[in-house]
Write a protein that binds this ligand. Structure first.
Ligand SMILES: Nc1ncnc2c1ncn2[C@@H]1O[C@H](COP(=O)(O)OP(=O)(O)O)[C@@H](O)[C@H]1O
Ligand SMILES: [Mg+2]
Length: 286
């Protein structure tokens, strides 16, 4: 399978002025394939946002190349194609909402790329449906909750029908309820076949992905499935990262009850394990 995004030996330095610059990305290479759900984790300042902005050409490498569906992000003539292929959702929903009515906001990007009226209506309906915001279509966005606003921002990106959406800490400003609403929409989009890349500092969110990439000082230090990654608790702690709360709990229970698995990362696994072990133990007692 061809990758949707491929990074080849990418380095990136912010040029502040003539004599000062900040090197951030250092010889980064990896590929992301269609339909993947990838979480990028790393502590503050490790280079996650800089990396994310390379996925759709918002930034281009100082050296090395980024390919999006085979197009080099440095190729000016492909810029629009690349932006259509990879959409981005940022941290603050307020900065991404431009119109005074929800449906107009979702329409904004479509108008810019000249989508015909009839097609536009269809795409807006569909996008609002996916994020469960259809009933709010005539409302002013500034009256919505954070989670609802972020879902409107997602609908705006979704209406552009990208193959991949990048979420840069898109749930970090939301309360638990809003975060769950957005996560549900993300899961649904991935099930529909969309490639998802999510930057997060919440390990429980990263645990939902199929693959985790760990960034430290502009380099990739781990890349694997969540169960593998979260086994390296000490390495993560040294990187000022954590393991999901579920893994911490499982570890504690395992130390008391050895048959209780310590390799759990998701809530439903924890619940299943509690049921399994309590059944086994009640069997032992009779
Ligand atoms: N526009 C910029 N100009 C100069 N330095 C920047 C800029 N944006 C980010 N940086 C620096 O690049 C490094 C990585 O930042 P960033 O990619 O935002 O990391 P993260 O998203 O992991 O917190 C930090 O040291 C940050 O200060
Ligand atoms: Mg960031």
């Amino acid at each position: 399978m061809e990758p949707i995004i491929a990074l080849e030996d990418v380095s990136f330095t912010y040029k502040i002025n003539e004599d000062s610059s900040v090197p951030v990305l250092k010889n980064v290479s990896f590929s992301i394939y269609p339909g993947e759900y990838v979480a990028i984790i790393g502590h503050n300042g490790s280079g996650k946002s800089t990396l994310s902005k390379h996925f759709n050409g918002l930034l281009t490498p100082s050296s090395g190349d980024v390919w999006v569906q085979g197009h080099n992000t440095k190729d000016e003539s492909k810029k629009l194609d690349i932006r259509k292929t990879v959409g981005m959702v940022f941290q603050h929903p307020d900065n991404q909402i431009v119109a005074t009515i929800v449906e107009e906001d979702v329409a904004f990007g479509l108008e810019n790329i000249g989508v015909p009226r009839a097609e536009m209506k269809h795409r807006i309906d569909e996008a609002l449906e996916v994020v469960k915001m259809s009933e709010f279509r005539k409302r002013p966005p500034h009256h919505l909750s954070g989670g609802q606003k972020q879902r409107v921002a997602i609908a705006g990106v979704l209406a552009m029908q990208p193959d991949c959406i990048v979420f840069d800490e898109s749930t970090s400003m939301l309360d638990t309820f809003g975060r769950n609403e957005v996560l549900q929409a993300i899961r649904k989009m991935n099930k529909m076949g969309m490639t998802i890349i999510t930057v997060t500092h919440r390990m429980s969110e990263a645990a939902e992905a199929g693959r985790i990439i760990v960034v430290e000082d502009g380099k990739i230090v781990m890349d694997g499935n969540p169960r593998e990654i979260f086994k390296h608790k000490q390495v993560l702690m040294d990187l000022q990262l954590d393991v999901p709360a579920v893994s911490q709990m499982a570890d504690i229970v395992h130390s008391q009850i050895p048959m209780f698995s310590k390799e759990l990362i998701q809530e439903d696994e924890l619940i299943n394990e509690v049921n399994r072990v309590s059944k086994a133990r009640s069997g032992e007692m009779v």
